[in-house]
Write a protein that binds this ligand. Structure first.
Ligand code: GLU
Length: 611
């Protein structure tokens, strides 16, 4: 199965080196490399959201950098060219396969809660009610202590050949010279326009001349170039205690509202000691076996690895490849429905919550959960969580849990190198545009990651594992995944999309492993996301599939979500996620695949298109 070849109809994405190599400012717009969603070749590969970030990674690979060196270059460049879902102001999870040791390792670079935070920090002291979500998002209060830069540093310590300064060079060049605004960036700015206008620093950077950026124009970010240069000179301490950090703290505690702002954002709690205290965590990956493959993902503080793993464990009890398409999809939806009930009850930051990780990923628990699936009918959500300490027989303990939160943002990218090392990295500033606050003079947006906490308990009489606490990491759904076959890489995959990240990763794996699709087909296929909600979120294109009538006959109800979580007046595409992946075809050949359409398409590239 793993060496299934890809037809010649797929284009080979060779991104133009010259686009970044040549100097000058005005010509960059004319030379912007085209994006190709699929590339096949050798010597290393990159799939990321923008042409410039993919090219930055390929340039580092060509220079002899490792997948980790290239990943830092990609992430830093995304901070310039994909600024609403990436950059210094956020955090993420780095999953790495080491070709020498054949081991998968992970780095938890999730944001943390300031020391002054508490379980009730998102409760309005005046009303005693939780703050409305949009109020908490566009505020200093929702900003977590950023983990991105510390992740880059830790990853380079472990697996880099070059130093941080070298790997920041391509991003500095793009920030100085500028990149071409495309329709995706303009649309994302439109969705954020109202709140970006509230902050002088944000308006100045992302609403040039007070207007939406024009498609085809060149956007530069000299402040970010200078910030990267300062970090290159002085190290990550510039943020974690130094002058960049001081500016971050000022922006969080006193959000830089414009004189004509119509909101009065909640101030945040972060201090310089919070930044000095920040550290990443090396974690053992979450692991599940699925049909002979070893699936490695991110353990808590992300719920991704366990919830993907549990869903797959449940599905492994059924022969999906022999089922008709309606039954196969029915089982997929039911498995994630159950896994999300368990996610809500048991998963949170393991430094604060006892997470029964081994039990949740056990075959015994999968047996218990699998017998909840009725082949003849969809369950009614919310379904209750299972008991991971139970006997492994059919039981239905506990109270129901509500639907999981959903977002639509973040970015995921993948990199491999000539030695066979692989990186799968999902990183984010949470909502599209994060908190909406650009740190004045620094050129990057701050996250709103703390709004991933539950603002009030959700688990009835049981404790809620995802309430804020000092130093705690909010539960994430990010699911950067690496799949091995006999100890060697088979796939690397991941996606943005809030809680739907988990279902997107499961669906892509099923499409590829069980349903006979190629990786590009598995990524492009219409998506459905069941997260223990009364309806299943689907993309508009899913509703056109012939399986829909059969699924509805089983009781599934589908809903397309085209509303921004921040403003009901703002319409979105209804897409779920924006995935990227690699498949290792043998003898050093790599298939790099991303989105053909969603979020403006991915940029896939390889070092050598042929051997
Ligand atoms: N903050 C979300 C998480 O960690 C990701 C944001 C999104 O993709 O919408 O799961």
């Amino acid at each position: 199965m793993r060496t299934r070849r890809i037809g010649s109809a797929l284009s080979v994405g060779v991104l133009l080196v010259s686009a970044l190599a040549a100097g000058g400012t005005t010509a960059v717009a004319d030379r912007a490399p085209a994006k190709e969603p699929v590339a096949v070749g050798y010597g290393g590969a990159v799939v990321s959201d923008t042409a410039e970030s993919t090219e930055a990674g390929l340039a580092v690979l060509r220079k002899g950098g490792t997948a980790t060196d290239a990943a830092v270059a990609v992430a830093a460049t995304l901070g310039v060219t994909d600024p609403y879902v990436a950059g210094l102001g956020g955090g993420g999870y780095f999953v790495h396969y080491d070709a020498r040791t054949h081991r998968v390792s992970t780095i938890d670079g999730r944001e943390t809660t300031p020391r002054a935070g508490s379980e009730t920090m998102f409760v309005d002291p005046v009303t005693g009610e939780p703050y409305p979500f949009p109020v908490a998002v566009t505020s200093g209060l929702g900003v977590g202590v950023p983990g991105m830069l510390a992740t880059w540093e830790r990853a380079l310590q472990r697996w880099g050949r070059f130093d941080l300064a070298d790997n920041l060079e391509p991003a500095i060049e793009v920030a100085d010279e500028g990149f071409t605004v495309d329709a995706t960036l303009r649309e994302q700015t439109r969705q954020n326009e109202k709140r970006f206008r509230q902050f002088g620093s944000t308006r100045e950077l992302f609403l040039p001349g007070g207007e939406l950026p024009v498609v085809g124009s060149t956007m530069r970010n000299p402040d970010l170039a200078d910030t990267y240069r300062e970090i290159a000179r002085h190290g990550t301490g510039a943020l974690y205690g130094g002058s960049v950090g001081r500016d971050v703290v000022d922006a969080v505690r006193t959000p830089p509202v414009a004189p004509d702002a119509t909101i009065d954002p909640l101030p945040g709690l972060m201090t310089l000691p919070d930044l000095k205290r920040y550290h990443t965590i090396d974690r053992r990956p979450a692991h599940a076996r699925y049909r002979g493959y070893d699936v490695y993902g991110m353990a808590p503080s992300s719920s991704g690895g366990i919830t993907v793993g549990e869903s797959l464990n449940v599905l492994e009890r059924f022969e999906l490849s022999e089922m008709d398409p309606v039954q196969a999809l029915h089982h997929y939806l039911e498995a994630t429905r159950l896994a999300f009930a368990d996610r809500g009850r048991y998963l949170g930051d393991p430094a604060y919550v006892d997470v029964p990780q081994r039990q949740l990923l056990s075959d015994r628990f999968a047996r218990q959960r699998a017998c909840e699936i009725d082949p003849a009918a969809a369950a009614t959500s919310p379904v209750p969580p299972g008991d991971p300490f139970g006997p492994g027989t059919c039981t239905a303990p506990g109270a129901a849990t509500p639907d999981a939160n959903q977002g639509a943002h973040t970015n995921h990218f993948v990199v491999s190198d000539r030695w066979g090392n692989v990186v799968s990295y999902t990183n984010t500033i949470e909502q599209l545009g994060g908190s909406g606050i650009v740190v004045p003079g620094r050129g990057f947006l701050l996250n709103n990651e703390l709004t991933d906490f539950n603002f009030a308990p959700t688990q009835g009489d049981a404790p809620d594992p995802n309430l804020a606490a000092p130093g705690k990491r909010p539960r994430s759904s990010m699911s950067p995944t690496i799949v091995l076959e006999h100890g060697k890489p088979f796939l690397a995959v991941g996606s943005p999309g809030g809680a739907s990240i988990i279902t997107t990763v499961v669906q892509i794996l099923l499409n590829r492993v069980d349903l006979g699709m190629t990786l590009p087909e598995a990524i492009a296929a219409p998506r459905a996301s069941q997260r223990n909600g009364s309806t299943t979120q689907v993309e508009p294109s899913f509703l056109e599939l012939p399986v829909v009538a059969g699924l509805e006959a089983l009781g599934h109800e589908f809903a397309v979500n085209t509303t921004s979580p921040l403003d009901p007046d703002i319409r979105t595409s209804g897409d779920i996620g924006a995935a990227s992946g690699l498949e290792f075809l043998g003898r050093g050949e790599v298939l790099a695949a991303g989105e053909p359409e969603r979020r403006g398409g991915s940029a896939a590239g390889v070092v050598y298109p042929s051997q």
